[in-house]
Write a protein that binds this ligand. Structure first.
Ligand code: ZN
Ligand code: ZN
Ligand code: FE
Length: 761
């Protein structure tokens, strides 16, 4: 018996334009024999569908369940409609304002269909490095303005040939409305150039580049979000030369391998890592090196981990197919500068680093570094959220007025709110030089343009000297709200979990401006979006030499030893003190005592540095967070023991570092190794913060704990602290959508600013 006919109107919101959603709907309707129409609207896609009731239900189920890979459905609003007796199903013209308010897709790795075509000698795109379709390819990085149409992308310089145009116009084709559609006849081309900007040739430029890399040369390769510097990761001399030229001493390089088996040859890949590596976002995944790995030590010196990724552009696949097990693929920049995206810029800035340049003529409008993730405590954690993930918004609990949040200084990102969505920019970098500052400004302008948002309020950090704060101050026409750094960290964590009301926030990092003039960073706050109280913090010690104390953890070691032992410090037999020598130690003590260029800090990041130095791990770092990271990595697997810990009750409580430092120094004296000391130190933090949260709960009655700040990139700490708090009955929230580090802080700033204007109104 035929079911009776019905009609429904479905409004689909999310990333559903420019991702092949309408053709998908069209084919789904055809397959189920349903009639109606589909159109783009200002907020997504609208569908009128009619036919037998059971098939309508099947349609709705498949709509969400079988959507194309780049679609990101936020909601489907379904309501009954009057039957209009359509004779067929059709894709109709976009409604007014369509595409203006919709979400733009992130860049996506080349899909399996395109790869199959690219390696098929009979295909017209055989070995064509710019093959793409509606399910894959560049998006965010080639868009200049909205609506997302070819004339608003860097493909505007290429006119489609008849064959490409026919695909573009055919709703049943995989390239229907694929804006970057191209082929060897009509699209971008790749070429190989030497460092003096002479084009090499003739012959296949990719094969020639591969041969040069095999010979140990460094080749700058233009990618999706910027240039990479490529070198053979098995060739120690080549990788060492790259380090030297890039002025990068020890910070690990990421590597790219052709497939999972190649990665398994040097790293341990768990099933969750595999899922991440293969995802269309294709991030760099932090993996543990295995015993047999043949990667050059220079790739990630003294580091038990390595960041690996799979190829994500057709060009990568063609290059890697020349038999490489792993290529170093590091950002095309000098240390500290933003990644090069422009051909001219690349030749200018990378000429001293790269021997050759594999470039093409499809412009990148917005740079976007590779994203970096790791698995920790059962979840994917962002160390850097950028290419592949941006601009997917964080969906908030409530709509906010348009706010621009400027972030902090290191690992800078900005955030713009639009309704109930918060858009966090790609990774901008450390805002410490002019070129990064220019990139910051460009990103702010670009995000505003493609979102069609004019901010009413600007949120920034309390630190008066951050370039992001100074930029905010210069925007005279717009009201500013300054937000305390660690408050922003905690509210960022609340935002992604849609928490309201007060929480206990454990905010631990290296540096954040405290309203009392000290450098904060080991904080337990009782906070909501409106404000916070400092419930506890690490007791302050001086940082002798200020910024120098961050670069040279031995200075922090002296400071903590002085705090713990006083004059008895001179009786300690510790490598860190012997290596520095009595004169330098005395100088540090004098600086600290007279408070000469020695700000006080409650930073947990500095305590990590100090412990690393006392344990003999390292006295000097070459990049931010190095000592803390190495201390984490060194930790022994199994040990239950802890150091003594204590805090002074008060408002706020003062956590005393001295008992921990005395314990570490005693263990070093007993000849205990770094792995055991590190494990005990981590255990201590887990136990201490659990006790502290419990003590705070007794006073304030709050049962939710948010963990945020750069220290919580530490997998060992997360893995220990989350279950420890849960075991005591806390609900524990940690970052999953944005980084725990300062790359996630703009989100919290935006929410705090919104709360602040809501209260003024
Ligand atoms: Zn494709
Ligand atoms: Zn063509
Ligand atoms: Fe921070």
């Amino acid at each position: 018996m035929e079911h009776h006919h019905e009609a429904r109107r479905l409004q689909v919101n999310g990333i559903v334009q420019g991702v092949g959603f309408r053709p998908f709907v069209y084919q789904l309707a055809l397959r189920l024999g349903l009639k109606g129409e589909v159109a783009n609207t200002s907020s997504g896609v609208s569908i009128h569908i009619e036919g037998p009731a059971d098939r309508l239900r099947a349609f709705e189920a498949d709509l969400a369940g079988k959507a194309p890979p780049l679609a990101h459905i936020v909601e489907v609003i379904s309501r009954p409609e009057i039957i209009k007796s359509f004779s067929d199903f059709r894709i109709t013209a976009s409604r007014g304002g369509a595409a203006m308010a919709t979400l733009i897709s992130p860049d996506a790795a080349v899909c399996a269909d395109c790869l199959r075509e690219m390696f098929d000698p009979a295909d017209r795109r055989y070995r064509y490095p710019f093959i793409n379709c509606t399910n894959c390819g560049p998006r965010y990085t080639i868009i200049d303005d909205i609506p997302y149409d070819r004339p608003k992308t860097s493909m505007r310089h290429f006119t489609m040939c008849a064959a490409c145009q026919a695909e573009y116009d055919d709703p049943l084709d995989r390239r229907f409305h694929a804006q970057p559609n191209a082929c060897p006849v009509c699209g971008p081309r790749v070429g190989l150039w030497d460092a003096r900007r002479r084009e090499m040739g003739p012959g296949d430029p990719i094969a020639a580049a591969a041969e040069l890399i095999r010979q140990g040369q460094i080749v700058a390769v233009k990618g999706l979000g910027g240039f990479h510097l490529a070198a053979d990761a098995l060739n120690a001399a080549a990788v060492a030369r790259l380090r030297q030229r890039k002025l990068r001493e020890e910070k690990p390089f990421a590597v790219m391998s052709p497939d999972l088996d190649a990665i398994r040859a040097y790293a341990v890949v768990e099933p969750d890592d595999e899922t991440l590596l293969r995802s269309i976002q294709r991030p760099i995944v932090l993996l543990r090196k295995n015993e047999t790995g043949r990667l050059a030590e220079e790739v990630a010196p003294r580091n038990p981990c390595v960041g690996a990724m799979l190829p994500y552009t057709p060009l990568h696949h063609l290059l890697l197919a020349h038999g490489f097990a792993a290529l170093v693929m590091t950002s095309g920049n000098l240390s500290e500068e933003p990644i090069a995206i422009d051909n001219d810029d690349a030749f200018d800035r990378l000429a001293g680093i790269a021997d050759y340049f594999l470039v093409h003529d499809r412009d990148i409008y917005l740079r976007s570094d590779d994203s970096v993730v790791r698995r920790a405590a059962g979840e994917t954690r962002f160390l850097r959220r950028s290419r592949g993930y941006v601009p997917v918004p964080v969906f908030l609990k409530h709509a906010l007025p348009p706010i621009l949040a400027c972030g902090a200084e290191l690992k800078s990102t900005v955030c713009i709110t639009k309704g109930d969505q918060a858009f966090i920019s790609q990774h901008i970098g450390d805002l410490e030089n002019l070129s990064t500052y220019e990139f910051f400004q460009k990103t702010v302008g670009h995000l505003q343009r493609i979102l069609g948002v004019r901010p009413e309020v600007i949120a920034c950090d309390l630190h008066p000297d951050y370039l992001s704060t100074r930029w905010a101050d210069e925007q005279e026409a717009i009201p500013k709200i300054r937000v305390q750094h660690h408050h922003a960290h905690i509210v960022s964590g609340m935002a992604e979990h849609r928490l309201e009301g007060a929480v206990i926030g454990v905010a631990c990092d290296g540096t954040g401006y405290g309203p009392d003039g000290t450098v904060w960073g080991g904080e337990v706050l009782v906070a909501d979006a409106e404000g916070f109280e400092r419930a506890a913090h690490l007791a302050c010690v001086p940082m002798p030499g200020s910024a120098a104390a961050i670069k040279e953890p031995w200075r922090m070691a002296v400071s903590y030893l002085n705090d713990a032992f006083g004059a008895d410090l001179w009786g300690l037999d510790l490598l860190v003190l012997r290596a520095a020598g009595p004169d330098k130690v005395r100088l540090m003590l004098e600086m600290a005592a007279k408070r000469l260029n020695s700000p006080l800090t409650s930073s947990l990041g500095r305590l990590f540095d100090g412990v690393a130095a006392i344990a003999g791990l390292r006295s000097r770092v070459t990049y931010e967070g190095q000592a803390a990271m190495e201390l984490e990595m060194a930790a022994a697997e199994e040990t239950e023991s802890v150091y003594d810990y204590a805090w002074e009750e008060g408002a706020p409580c003062r956590i005393l570092p001295a008992p921990i430092i005395r314990g570490v120094a005693a263990d070093v004296g007993k000849g205990l190794g770094v792995p055991a000391i590190s494990a005990k130190f981590h255990n201590t933090l887990v136990r201490m913060f659990s006790d502290l949260c419990e003590s705070i709960r007794r006073q304030c009655g709050l049962g939710r704990v948010v963990l945020s700040g750069g220290v919580f990139q530490n997998a060992r700490l997360l893995t220990g602290l989350i279950p420890a708090l849960a075991a005591r009955g806390f609900e524990v929230y940690s970052h999953r959508q944005v980084p725990a580090n300062d790359g996630g802080i703009a989100l919290g700033q935006a929410l705090i600013a919104a709360e602040s204007i809501a209260h003024k109104a």
